[in-house]
Ligand binder design. Structure first.
Ligand SMILES: [Zn+2]
Length: 188
C-alpha cells in the first residue's frame, strides 16, 4: 500500500491558496488592479487548482506510487497539456499560458508538500527526476505528519489522521490568508 503524505485535504488547500492569490480567470489586469470585483473568488479556478494539487496521488490506484506523477517531467507535461487545451478554448495565447502555468504550479505544489512531509517507509520521498533517475528525494524536515491508510477505521488510525489534517490546516490556513491579503495588496 502506498504512503500518502500529506492528505488530499492538505494538497487541495495548497491549490486553494494558489487560486486565491491568482487573478480570476477572464478578469483583465486593468479591472483586477482597479479592484472592480475585489471580493470575487473564481470558484472554477479554485476547483481546478485544488483538484490538480491533489491529483498526483491518483497513482495510488495504479502503483508504483510517487514516481511518474511526482516528477518534474509531470509538471512540464501538465503545463503543456493545459496550454494546449486552454489554447483551443480561449483566443488569447497570454491567457492560455497564464492558466497553464497556474495548473503546472498547482501540480508542482503537490510534489513540494510531499517532499516536505514525513515518510517512514522506504524508499522515502518522491522520484523527482523520473524517468532519468530512480533516486528518491525528501527534505527530512517532516513538516507534515505521516498519514495512515491501512486499518482506516481503527480508532488509532482515525486519531492519527485527524491530527495530520489539523496540522495541515494549521500550516496552510495562514498561507491561504496570506494569499488573499497579497491579492488585495496587488490591487491597491
Ligand atoms: Zn503524493
Amino acid at each position: 500500500m502506498g504512503r500518502p503524505m500529506p492528505t488530499p485535504i492538505g494538497h487541495a488547500l495548497a491549490g486553494l491558496a494558489l487560486a486565491l492569490a491568482a487573478r480570476p480567470l477572464g478578469e483583465s489586469p486593468v479591472a483586477f488592479a482597479q479592484g472592480a470585483r475585489a471580493a470575487r473568488i473564481d470558484w472554477r479556478l479554485v476547483a481546478l487548482l485544488a483538484g490538480l494539487a491533489a491529483a498526483p496521488d491518483l497513482d495510488l490506484v495504479f502503483q508504483p506510487h510517487r514516481t511518474a506523477t511526482h516528477s518534474l517531467v509531470s509538471i512540464a507535461l501538465v503545463t503543456i497539456l493545459a496550454a494546449a487545451v486552454t489554447g483551443k478554448v480561449t483566443p488569447s495565447p497570454g491567457r492560455a499560458w497564464r492558466l497553464a502555468v497556474l495548473c503546472g504550479a498547482a501540480w508542482g505544489s503537490h510534489l513540494l508538500l510531499d517532499w516536505l512531509g514525513a515518510d517512514t517507509s522506504t524508499p522515502r520521498g518522491v522520484q523527482l527526476l523520473w524517468p532519468f533517475s530512480d533516486r528518491w528525494f525528501i527534505s527530512g524536515w517532516d513538516v507534515f505528519r505521516r498519514v495512515e491508510r491501512r486499518h482506516f477505521l481503527h480508532p488509532e488510525t482515525v486519531g492519527q489522521n485527524v491530527l495530520a489534517i489539523a496540522q495541515e490546516l494549521a500550516i496552510l490556513a495562514p498561507l491561504i490568508w496570506g494569499a488573499r491579503k497579497l491579492r488585495r495588496k496587488l490591487r491597491s
